[in-house]
Write a protein that binds this ligand. Structure first.
Ligand SMILES: *Cc1c(COP(=O)(O)O)cnc(C)c1O
Length: 498
């Protein structure tokens, strides 16, 4: 299996090269040249395996330049009891009849990003070895809150790597900020940007593709890579849990082999839902992919009209990890939907860069409406949803997951579709305790973040994740705040180049 770039189909690299480079030289994203197919029997067999082996099975289809031993080295280290608080790694909770919560937040940082970022360092160091890359790998991350912490935990003290994370100063939850400021490890750095997530991400993308920076790094024996979901090594682990959850539902006799399910994903950068799309194209029987947004609803409009327009107000919401106006992974979807037409992708994404807007072809519009359904909700509706599912089902969900539940309810009302449905539950409610507690009992703004955690623990049956409980006693190590124009200098200075 080789990988092409969405902006140059002539690029052809191995998975090890795609993973170490992160993004292609001309700015395109790496995409496997074809989507491998699974038979229903293969999917069923996945249900008999433990999670690490399920992952290894899916990876064997995509990372064909890795040996079995290399793949198992990665999966066994990443998906073990030392990193996840549940033996099954991803848990399925029954919310109500025919609706299942796929809990992806039992890892060390309590959000679904751990599913990919626990394994990415193993992919990356294994890939570097395979292509004889004798350089220190520098990971630059732009984060809307969860990726940064998950990447820091994944890469901390991993030999041959260092990691630098940028987050929007006022765009993350207090718990997320505290998680990052207290990060341990000798090879880590964290810095706040006066700006929003898109500013952080644009800065990082510009530094990645800056040839001066690249050659300065090269001279120092370093190379950049990315832990954002533009890296294929981030995306492929996310395909696993959709295959896995389907197999699990078959095994538990909740569905029959071959029955279709819907998948609902609270979406920001379009990485998680794109992984669900890949799972569908591999052969997992999926009816609709339901794309749930908060009021930064650029994707809702796009899926419903075919016009992507980022020229709009940016809102800070109670679901900050979805506060994004440029969803990078959409580029991969459109590349597939245009039959890998790199020139049209260059045209559209060129327009996005210059005018902030593009419109896809009629053919792509009709594929979008066949495969996807999209909706959004505001903060009040998000909190009302947390409240009502707590009241009705004694289940406490976080603000991002609540957006998915609300949009799913809207989908059912609009379509009457009663197909069984998996909702991606992307974070622990404790990670967004202020908003969750406000939703559960209207207020309590008088108490600190940790008391809010304790109060949620009294109300719900979900135990407080130890990683969050331990934060209370950790010293803050990183307090830098810079202007977005200073990002490049900051990187060079931190790496000892300038
Ligand atoms: C990152 C994140 C999302 C959005 O996922 P994308 O892959 O960026 O679409 C949703 N919920 C939570 C909790 C997240 O951390």
């Amino acid at each position: 299996m080789f990988y092409n770039s969405t902006r140059n189909s002539g690029v052809k690299v191995s998975s090890a090269e795609a993973i170490t480079q992160g993004i292609s030289v001309e700015g395109g994203l790496f995409v496997p040249e074809e989507i491998p197919a699974l038979t229903l029997d293969e999917i069923k067999a996945v249900g008999e395996m433990k999670y690490a082996d399920r992952a290894a099975f899916v990876f064997s289809k995509y990372l064909t330049d890795f040996t079995d031993a290399e793949i198992h080295y990665c999966t066994d280290n990443a998906y073990s009891a030392k990193n996840f608080e549940t033996e099954n790694i991803a848990e399925i909770a029954h919310l109500f009849d025919g609706t299942y919560m796929l809990e992806l937040w039992h890892g060390p940082t309590c959000a679904f990003k751990d599913m990919a970022l626990q394994i990415l360092p193993y992919f990356l160091t294994t890939s570097a070895k395979k292509i004889n890359l004798d350089k220190k790998i520098v990971i630059l991350v732009a984060t809307s809150g969860d990726t940064g912490k998950a990447a820091l935990e994944g890469f901390r003290d991993v030999e041959g790597t260092s990691i630098l994370v940028f987050y929007p100063e006022d765009g993350v939850s207090p718990m997320q900020k505290r998680q990052m400021k207290t990060q341990e490890g000798e090879n880590v750095g964290v810095c706040a940007i006066k700006g929003n997530f898109d500013d952080c991400q644009n800065g990082v993308k510009a530094i990645f593709t800056d040839s001066d920076v690249k050659s300065a790094l090269d001279a120092k024996g370093m190379i950049f890579s990315s832990a954002n979901s533009i890296n294929w090594g981030r995306l492929v682990p996310q395909i696993v849990y959709y295959v896995s959850s389907y197999a699990e539902l078959v095994k538990d006799e909740e569905i029959a082999l071959g029955d279709k399910i819907n998948i609902v994903v609270p979406t920001g950068n379009f990485g998680n839902i794109l992984a669900a799309y890949y799972a569908k194209k591999m052969g997992v029987p999926v009816n609709k992919l339901i794309c749930a947004s908060n009021i930064n609803n650029v994707l809702t409009d796009f899926i419903n009209t075919g016009v992507y327009d980022r020229n709009r107000q940016f809102y800070a919401t109670v679901s900050p990890s979805m506060d994004i106006l440029i969803s990078s992974n959409l580029e991969r979807l459109l590349y597939i939907m245009t039959d890998r037409n790199d020139s049209v992708i260059n045209e559209w994404f060129g327009k996005l860069a210059s005018e902030g807007k593009y419109e896809v072809s009629d053919d792509v519009k009709s594929q979008l409406s066949d495969e996807f359904w999209a909706g959004f909700c505001d903060d009040e509706q998000t909190k009302a949803t947390i409240h009502s599912i707590y009241e009705k089902y004694s289940y406490t969900c976080d603000t991002h997951t609540a957006v998915a539940v609300k949009v799913y309810n809207d989908y059912k009302t609009a379509t009457g579709d009663m197909t069984k449905t998996v909702i991606a539950s992307t974070a622990s409610p404790y990670k967004f305790s202020a908003a969750v507690l406000e939703a559960l009992e209207n207020g309590r703004s008088d108490i600190d973040e940790y008391s809010k955690v304790d109060r949620i623990a009294e109300l719900s049956d979900i135990p407080v994740p130890s990683a969050l409980a331990d934060l209370k006693n950790k010293p803050e190590r990183f307090n830098d705040v810079i202007d977005k124009s200073e990002q490049k200098d900051y990187v060079l200075k931190t790496l000892g180049i300038r």
